[in-house]
Design a protein around this ligand. Structure first.
Ligand code: GYE
Length: 328
């Protein structure tokens, strides 16, 4: 609305071979739509798909928005390019789901120089100057991990050895660093807990399946596995498949699988008893981001940090109704 794609910017974008979505025809000087450029990580997980859908359902023309949505296919360079495109398009707001925490100073500075507020969603950035973003809306990932660890401490209350396989998410993403820190702190508190390995599953089912399968194949004898700590549901799906193929049983009396997100598919495996703890992580953040934009439109200052509330589930807590009502 306030800022409109100029002919020169459009020409520059064309010369640079960049896409400008939606087509320039819908940009009009007298449009009173609020333009929002959303820079999404990718589509690596069920969580991510639900998060994108929540944004697209919120920022519609009927609701008063013009949405520019970019999927960065899990590459930070693509996120940089998308933000620079949004700056050239002179959008009113940039919503960024940063893939990793580091490396954001310059591009956020550029957005500030262009006077475009940046709202961080889901993961965080590690920048010295916190005023480079208007607010962060997402989960407290370390707290999620701590809740999982508190549950694990109750499950293994004595000094018997506990061997833990750790499947990490995309390295240097807040969801990975927070959930990993919680495990590492618990390992320090429990000398009888050992970490067999940390494998990088990149938050995807396919990669997690591969790394777990290869890890097991490399062991001279099948290792004792008490716990597998998967940093999201898609990792848990791939891991369970690899474990079962290698002859392990997941669930009570077998391997204790812990997972994060609590998607419908994850909760369903939890109900079946294959995942013993599901730590919820809420992807339906579109309405909260809209509230933030409306608050900024009315000149309000936002809190630097807005965490969403989340629950945890064990198999007996997963009812059919919960599964039916799960939107993601
Ligand atoms: O847990 C995972 C996704 O950053 C909270 O990223 C998000 C995580 C989520 O791909 O499934």
């Amino acid at each position: 609305m306030k800022r409109v794609l100029s002919f020169l910017a459009a020409a520059a974008l064309l010369l640079a071979g960049c896409r400008a979505e939606p087509p320039a025809a819908s940009d009009s000087a007298d449009s009173d739509l609020i333009s929002v450029g959303i820079c999404q990580v990718g589509a690596e997980s069920d969580w991510r798909v639900a998060n994108s859908e929540s944004m697209k359902a919120t920022f519609t023309e009927e609701n008063g928005y013009q949405l520019y949505f970019e999927d960065a296919q899990q590459k930070q360079e693509n996120q940089f390019r998308a933000i620079r495109r949004f700056i050239q398009q002179q959008v009113d707001y940039i919503v960024l789901m940063p893939i990793t925490e580091t490396g954001w100073e310059s591009v956020l500075q550029e957005a500030r120089e262009a006077n475009i507020p940046v709202i961080l969603v889901d993961r965080m950035v590690d920048v010295e100057d916190e005023t480079l973003y208007a607010t962060h809306i997402g989960s407290d990932f370390t707290r999620e991990g701590e809740i999982a660890m508190e549950w694990l401490e109750k499950k293994y209350p004595d000094e018997t050895p506990v061997s833990i396989l750790h499947i990490q998410g995309t390295m240097d993403s807040s969801a990975q660093t927070g959930r990993t820190v919680a495990l590492e702190q618990a390992l320090q508190r429990h000398p009888n807990w050992t970490r067999l390995a940390s494998l990088n599953g990149d938050f995807t089912q396919a990669k997690s399946y591969e790394v777990v399968r290869d890890f097991l194949a490399q062991q001279p004898t099948p290792p004792t596995l008490d716990v597998v700590y998967c940093e999201n549901d898609n990792e848990a799906f791939g891991t369970i498949q690899a474990l079962e193929e290698a002859g392990y049983t997941c669930g009570e009396g077998g391997v204790t699988v812990i997972s994060f997100d609590a998607t419908r598919n994850g909760l369903s495996l939890c109900q079946q008893g294959k995942i013993l703890l599901e730590m919820e992580c809420n992807p339906l953040l579109g309405p909260l981001v809209e509230e933030a934009i409306q608050a900024l439109e009315s000149g309000e200052t936002l809190p630097r940090q807005q965490y969403v509330g989340e629950a945890s589930f064990t198999p007996e807590q997963v009812t059919d109704t919960l599964l039916e009502q799960r939107a993601y």
